[in-house]
Ligand binder design. Structure first.
Ligand code: GLU
Length: 314
């Protein structure tokens, strides 16, 4: 990354339920990562997938972050209000003839991709070369999704936490959806357009999204921009060692608050659990910030990632 470029980070939750402690921990890490570099920290609510959004959840997320003492710069951005930006990016990709309509249902894809000689879960390319006439006929029967053609090359990047990463989009993912058949722009497109438009230089997010990074880097390239630096941080596990889910209310930020605890207690606990401090004591986010430096923060993230990978047997 250009050393002259100002650091811009972000947290981009989907309002699909209460944040759990793992979501909050990722937000804290992203915030520290930016603030330790004197960067700008943005908050974006990813409310594009309207059928999955829970009413009131976005407001609750903002309240939970404020309660924790996590601040952000500028106005909160809502993806639902940015359709025109996604449309422009889609037109840019269309001009490069990278897009095509796809009429496959999930079942069609499952069946085709389980055939011999095809990789499971990879889009089998059923609709890649439909004639204009076939497209017209199929369009009369059902709405199409829009897919982008991927290149037959390996996407490589250096993840801040996980090190060198490689993914062949052609053999591991296939052409992917950028606009769904129900008319909603897909996460992959929206997140790239927003990260690009907001000038994000580092994306710090949960390790569950590592598989999306190569697709996003590919889209950045096609939109003529450099991708941000990615940091996929280990996910927090619950007491039984399972990944936390938003539906699991007991570990929600709201439950922690309802138990009468304050944000500073949670910040202190997280900092201790992350081994950023050696004693568990309540502290504000700015107190925690003043105790750390970027170097030791990133060392800690890499150490956690290593431990996570060896636990998972990687
Ligand atoms: N909105 C996504 C989520 O809540 C995160 C997307 C991202 O950070 O790229 O899982």
């Amino acid at each position: 990354m250009d050393s002259e470029q100002a650091e811009v980070g972000r947290y981009a939750p989907s309002p699909t339920g209460d944040l759990h402690l793992g979501n909050l921990r990722t937000a804290v890490i992203a915030w520290l990562h930016t603030r330790l570099q004197n960067g700008t920290f943005l908050l974006r609510i990813e409310d594009l997938d309207t059928p999955r959004c829970v009413p009131g959840s976005a407001e609750q997320i903002l309240r939970d972050l404020e309660w924790l003492g996590l601040d952000w710069d500028g106005e909160v951005v809502y993806q639902s209000k940015r359709q025109s930006l996604y449309q422009v990016a889609m037109a840019e990709l269309q001009d490069q003839q990278l897009l095509y309509p796809c009429f496959c249902s999930r079942k069609d894809i499952r069946e085709a991709s389980s055939a011999p000689h095809s990789a499971p879960g990879v889009y089998p390319g059923t609709c890649t070369s439909l004639t204009p006439r076939e497209i017209d006929e199929k369009s009369a029967l059902k709405p199409a999704a829009t897919r982008i053609r991927v290149a037959d090359e390996v996407v490589q990047f250096d993840d801040g936490c996980l090190g060198a990463q490689y993914q062949s989009l052609a053999s591991e993912v296939g052409d992917f959806v950028i606009k769904r058949a129900d008319g909603l722009f897909a996460y992959q497109l929206a997140v790239v357009v927003d990260d690009l438009e907001q000038g994000i230089s580092s994306v710090v997010r949960g390790a569950d999204l590592i598989d999306s990074a190569a697709r996003q880097i590919y889209l950045f390239e096609k939109l003529g921009a450099d991708a941000p630096h990615y940091w996929h941080v280990p996910l927090m596990l619950d007491e039984e060692g399972n990944r936390m889910a938003k539906r699991d209310g007991s570990e929600s930020a709201r439950a922690w608050r309802a138990a009468g605890k304050n944000g500073e207690q949670l910040v202190g606990k997280m900092a201790f659990d992350l081994t950023l401090v050696d004693r568990e004591e309540a502290m504000s986010m700015s107190e925690l910030l003043s105790l750390l430096d970027f170097e030791s923060m990133t060392k800690c993230l890499r150490r956690m990632s290593k431990a996570d990978q060896s636990r998972a047997g990687v």
